[in-house]
Write a protein that binds this ligand. Structure first.
Ligand code: HEC
Ligand code: HEC
Length: 328
């Protein structure tokens, strides 16, 4: 070959091929490429192939001498730092959770909580960076998660398939419905949804039971996914009661549009979209009407969001439920 560039190019192609081949072999060895999702066996064996494959647990965790990742705790018995393997460690952690929450946690409850709500208990010495395993890109479904729980329990613990699968405790059942809800919401990532919420919605909505500009959303999950998505896509279609849009015309000809947030004595407060509160003397008002077809909530929010943002925020909001609040 006369042209040295052709050589370089040929070498590059070869390198890429070799890399891909190595990648393929490694994925295959670790169980990565196998399709276990089609019919997940809710058993420790099913969980094992998910742990070292689709579930990607091995990217942060090791199990005893298997694997090399150290970002998360080792799931086996390993050195001084991990005197107990996960199945029996979970019994100890469950006792801590029982003390902290006042609810009786079993070992299974603890492991499920680790996956459904990783931030609830962060293992000492680690960061709160456990992946949301039922959200993209991992997207495990409930049966796959149950299989992994059984795999965790056989690491030195007592395997009780009933507690995992057919007759979960009240605590586990709650986490299961949370996982199912997140999956039903298009598999959105609730953690990412919280950030979307902070960026786009928090200026008007509280999750703490207060009215900012719009209604409190701390129990919006109870109204269901359809209501949530419609409220975001088409706010004016169903206006939350008490949050109608008022149009006020004053005697000097000014028009003010917003929510009526106070109406007492001789005064009326109108809160505008930007949160500004305008206090008007009733004697200055010429006309005040309710516009049933307009919402103070912006119509174009969904345009500013990507599809992923939208799925993520739905997953985040569907979890804002009254029962969840009681459990905290
Ligand atoms: C992005 C890295 C990452 C991935 C992926 C990950 N984890 Fe974790 N995991 C962590 C970290 C960090 C902790 C410790 C902090 C905490 O408690 O949340 C943790 C904690 C845990 C715990 C509690 C451990 C203990 O000692 O109490 C369990 C159980 C667990 N993970 C299971 C899993 C399973 C099962 C998977 C795969 C489906 C998985 N993790 C995937 C990072 C990860
Ligand atoms: C400028 C203020 C404002 C912003 C920003 C805003 N909203 Fe709203 N939102 C409102 C108002 C006012 C209402 C009540 C009127 C209505 O139902 O349209 C409302 C209603 C809702 C409802 C229905 C509540 C119920 O109880 O039925 C949901 C859900 C909602 N908003 C979600 C969101 C989300 C998600 C975002 C961010 C992506 C957002 N809102 C951003 C003002 C706002």
């Amino acid at each position: 070959m006369k042209n040295p560039l052709v050589n370089v190019f040929g070498f590059l192609v070869l390198t890429i091929l070799v890399y891909n081949w190595i990648g393929y072999v490694i994925t295959d060895l670790s169980g990565g490429g196998k399709d276990v999702s089609a019919a997940t066996d809710i058993s420790p064996e099913g969980g094992e192939s998910l742990y070292w494959g689709k579930g990607r647990c091995y990217t942060c965790h090791s199990l005893g001498g298997q694997g090399s990742a150290v970002r998360g705790p080792n799931h086996g018995q390993f050195g001084e730092k991990f005197p107990l393997p996960m199945g029996s460690r979970a019994v100890e952690r469950a006792a801590e959770r029982t003390e902290k929450t006042g609810q009786t946690f079993s070992a299974v409850d603890y492991i499920i909580e680790s996956m459904a709500e990783p931030g609830a208990y962060v293992v000492k010495g680690y960061k709160n960076e456990m992946a949301v395993v039922y959200a993209p890109p991992i997207s495990l479904n409930l049966n796959e998660i149950k299989a992994i729980v059984s795999y965790m329990m056989v690491q030195g613990g007592d395997l009780d398939m009933e507690a995992i699968d057919t007759a979960p405790s009240e605590i586990s059942a709650k986490f299961y419905s949370k996982i199912n809800a997140a999956q039903a919401a298009g598999g959105g990532d609730p953690g990412a949804g919280e950030v979307v919420f902070e960026d786009n919605c928090e200026e008007c909505h509280s999750l703490e039971g207060e009215v900012v500009v719009g209604p409190d959303l701390s129990t919006i999950g109870d109204k269901g996914i359809k209501h949530i998505s419609e409220s975001i896509l088409n706010p004016a279609k169903s206006i939350a009661s008490g949050f109608e849009t008022y149009e006020v015309e004053t005697k000097d000809g000014t028009k003010i549009i917003g929510l009526k947030t106070r109406d007492e004595g001789g005064e009326t407060d109108i809160t505008k979209k930007n949160g500004e509160v305008v206090t008007l003397a009733k004697s200055d008002i010429k006309k005040i009407t309710v516009d049933q077809n307009a919402s103070v909530m912006p119509e174009d929010l969904s345009e500013a969001m990507t599809v992923k943002d939208f799925q993520d925020i739905q997953a985040f909001l569907i979890m804002q439920k009254a029962e969840k609040k009681d459990g905290e």
